[in-house]
Write a protein that binds this ligand. Sequence first.
Ligand code: MN
Ligand code: MN
Length: 318
Amino acid sequence: MNIKILCAALVFILLTAGCSSNKVNQQTSLPECTKTDCDCSDFATQQEAQKVLDKFPNDPYRLDGDGDGIACESLPRGEKTTAEAIAAANIHLKYGNPSNANLKDTNNYLLEKPQYALSYNCQTGTANWVSWQLNRSWLGSVDRSDDFRPDPDLPDGCYAVRPNDYRGSGYDRGHLTPSGDRTSTQSNNSATFVMSNMIPQSPSNNREVWRELETYSRDLVSQGKELYIVAGGEGKEKSIADGKVTVPKYTWKVILVSGNGNVENTIAVRIPNTEEVARTDWTDYLVSVDEVEKKTGYDFFSNLDRDIQQKIEGKVYK
Ligand code: MN
Ligand code: MN
């Protein structure tokens, strides 16, 4: 056979082989190094390395040294989901957006304020949850501003609950983010008095057990801890204000406690929103974060790795 034809044929085979392997790589978007050899330093993010491990479960590149199915744990996690991106931009959502609150669903409507973030529910006339950071930087000595008012930031068509809507109902205008957690400046304190930060709370719940946990939280801060707190109501006891405001059956709160930047512990309570809690202690209502997740359907602290969530969400604080 003519040596030139043989060469041409060989070149052709090599080229097409190269092309087709290129195509495979493009389709599955596997990185270049899979053609030769990969190690963790070939990847910018854990997500990229995970793709390769998922593709080659026998791990020919030894990306999963500890054999737990997760490749290159030391790499940064990689591209963020929308919920994570929102959380990253807001310190009050540092550990997650429990219900994936957004700007489309008026019953899970994300409101981000400098002092806290919340998911508003136009149907119930209350927040589904409010989330806030608490550390020394928020604490000072300004007086309670007491300027209860409708929230001007609600979406179109959503009734803005007024301070008088609770009048005569037998329920307190109960703060979710406490006034006492925002005493650094007058405007920070005033921000806690919009009605979207209130739920109708039974007087004994609001003034006794709930308040005692608020005080305990600030005690932890004075010991140097930083807290990430999420609170809301659960269920429907009744409605007030001609049906515009739902009174929850329970109030709940979950707290992530960190010290020196490390997640240390969680505190969770679920408290009946009735007078039966009179002369009881907040510690009587301790549950696990997992329990509150089950009851509310929210996922707290979802930005933490799942194994860490499992570790800290299953126990009851003591
Ligand atoms: Mn959990
Ligand atoms: Mn969780």
